[in-house]
Structure formats: C-alpha cells, structure tokens
Ligand binder design. Structure first.
Ligand SMILES: Nc1nc2c(c(=O)[nH]1)N[C@H]1C(S)=C(S)[C@@H](COP(=O)(O)O)O[C@H]1N2
Ligand SMILES: [Mo]
Length: 323
C-alpha cells in the first residue's frame, strides 16, 4: 500500500484516483520487469514514478478555488493531454514527455519592464508562495476536466519585474529542444507547428487574480506531460492559451502572435475565451464532455463559469469578432 499524504480539506473520495494510479504503476513496473525485461521501458516507468513522488510542502488554501465539481482523476489529467511538442495525439505526451529534462530550468523575463531578470526555476519556487486552485479546464476540442493546480498568481510574478506603461501585452514562449521533444522534429510532411509554441495575454487579463503560473497538480510537481516545470493556466479561456514548459516572458506594446491564431486565424483567435455562443467553424462549442465520465455531455458555461470575475474585461467588445 502506498501512503499518500493529503491536505485534510480534500474529501477522501478524491484520494482514490491518485493512490489507485500509483498502485497500478507499481504493478506495471513489476510486470514490465518480468514480461518485457527491456531496460528502456523499465527506466521510462521508473522515471515517471520518481517524478510522481515529488510532493510540495506548505501549499496554501486559496479563496480562488472556484468549483466543487468532482476532480478529474490524476490518471486522466496526466494521460489525456495536448502537448504537440510530444506528438499530436492525446496519449503521446504521457509516453514521451519523461524524456524532457526540467532541471536546471531557466525562464527569462524581458521587454517593457524596469526589472528584467533571468530566473532559475528553484528561485521562482522559493519566492512565490504556492496555492492550490481547483479550476475547470476546457479544451477547444470540447472536452473538459477539473484539475487541482498548484501555483501562484501570475500578477505577483509580473509585478515583480515592474512593467512600464508601454507594457500592454505579455508574450510567452515554450522551450525548443528537438533532441528531447520528439514532436519538434520535422516528420514526413514537415513540422506540425512553427516552434516555439507561443501565447499571449493582454496585460489586464494577465493581472486578473484567476490567472496563475502553475508548477504542479494534485499536490505534486508538474508532470512533464502537463507542462513541467512551469505553465500558464487561464481558466476562463480555451486550453490552448495555457502554454506549457515556459522559457520566456516578454512585456510588449503590440499584441503578440499566438501559435493557433497564426496557424488557422479563421478558427482560433487571440482571446480564446470559452464561449458557448460562438462555435468553432468545424464544431459546436455549446457542450462539453467531461473526461473520465462515460456518458453524456454538459452545457458549456460562458467564460467557463468565471463570468463574475472576468466579464468586465471584455465589456464593449463584440465577442463574435474578438473570439
Ligand atoms: N507548449 C505547448 N503548450 C500547450 C499545448 C501544446 O501543444 N504545446 N497544447 C495546449 C492545449 S490545446 C491544451 S487543451 C492544454 C492541455 O493541457 P493539459 O494537457 O495539461 O490538460 O495545453 C495547452 N498548452
Ligand atoms: Mo486544447
């Protein structure tokens, strides 16, 4: 039996997914050793386990945990992913992302600010107190999850660099390292995306208290497939805004380009606010499938259910034009 220490405020019903998952991994490890005997696959499973064991101490409760809906299991959150740097299907990231080296990790902050800085991830973890925030997580492909993220307010991080009055937007880039990121190596039909993956927010969006830099989930360090060691979470927007494995943050005066808008501007906008009234050109956005539940779809909520906190950011904007 693997003992998992949980924060006392999490109902016991939600302990199960993580402990079941870890027991299953243990079982797989043994059977893999017996049946396959292949060193590579055993190492892969062990590194996944080693990663899973890194728990954070001193995670604060957050007044911003915004839903009491049932959590999506640890297994589903970490095995059904979008992370094109590791392939385009949902299962590839959990199989391939263990090869990503996340220490040492630097993140550089520059552009329109008085205090640019090159950070080491360890210093970020020391400087910003961690909170747990349970958020709905909605992919543009009409599936959703409920994830207990561990992170800190993006606003605190950004303010510490003293943005100037010219800083109207913030741009973020993902690591480029094709040696470790299989999906970044061109295939038969060229590159799937124009690397690095990039995203941006308007400054007032970035400063909204719901926007966080996440460094973990389920109380532990971020699994690689979810964007280790640091990724963006903006719960009122479609998942593609939540850029993973970030290496740079730049304050800009002009609206930055984002990967999916660049790729298909008629399908993906800069704002990407969850909006059941504006369909994707190829499918409806009115409902969503909660990953891990077998039947049925549920109605999608405006701004993913966070209207009260964020609707005012967009007052006066036509959301069918600014999608
Ligand atoms: N660097 C990078 N970040 C990314 C992506 C990606 O392909 N590359 N996919 C995005 C998409 S489309 C979604 S839905 C979320 C998925 O996050 P999750 O796998 O943690 O659920 O990550 C986003 N961040
Ligand atoms: Mo997505």
């Amino acid at each position: 039996m693997v003992l998992i220490r949980r924060k006392p405020d999490i109902p016991t019903s939600e302990i199960t997914p993580l402990s079941v998952y870890k027991n299953r991994r243990k079982f797989l490890k043994t059977t893999a050793a017996l049946a396959i005997g292949g060193t590579a696959s055993i190492l892969a499973i062990e590194s996944e386990d080693a990663q899973a064991a890194q728990k954070f101490e001193n995670i604060m409760d957050s007044p911003f945990s915004s839903t009491d809906e049932e959590l999506t299991s640890f297994k589903d959150v970490t095995s059904y992913n979008n992370f094109y740097e590791f392939g385009t299907d949902k299962r590839s990231p959990s199989k391939l992302a263990h090869r990503l080296t996340t220490r040492p990790w630097s993140l550089s902050v520059s552009g329109e600010c008085e205090a640019p800085r090159d950070w080491d991830i360890e210093d970020i973890l020391k400087q910003f107190p961690l909170e747990e925030r349970i958020y709905r997580h909605r992919c543009v492909e009409a599936w959703s999850m409920v994830v207990p993220w561990v992170g800190f307010p993006l606003s605190e991080f950004l303010k510490s660099h003293k943005p100037t009055s010219k800083a109207k937007y913030v741009e973020m880039l993902t690591l480029v390292r094709p040696e470790e990121m299989d999906g970044q190596r061109p295939g038969l039909f060229g590159s799937v995306l124009d690397w690095p993956y990039r995203e941006g927010l308007r400054m007032d969006e970035a400063m909204n208290p719901l926007a966080i830099f996440a460094v973990g989930l389920y109380g532990q360090h971020m699994p690689n497939q979810n964007g280790a060691p640091i990724r963006l979470v903006v719960p009122w927007k479609y998942g593609f805004k939540g850029i993973k494995s970030i290496v740079s943050v730049t304050f800009t005066e002009q609206q930055p380009l984002n990967t999916w808008q660049d790729q298909a501007p008629n399908e993906y906008g800069f704002y990407a606010n969850v909006n059941p009234n504006v369909d994707h050109p190829r499918w409806s956005q009115a409902t969503e499938r909660r990953v891990g539940t077998l039947f049925g779809r549920q109605p999608t909520l405006m701004f993913n259910g966070y209207s009260e906190q964020v609707a005012s950011l967009y007052s006066g904007m036509d959301l069918s034009v600014n999608f």
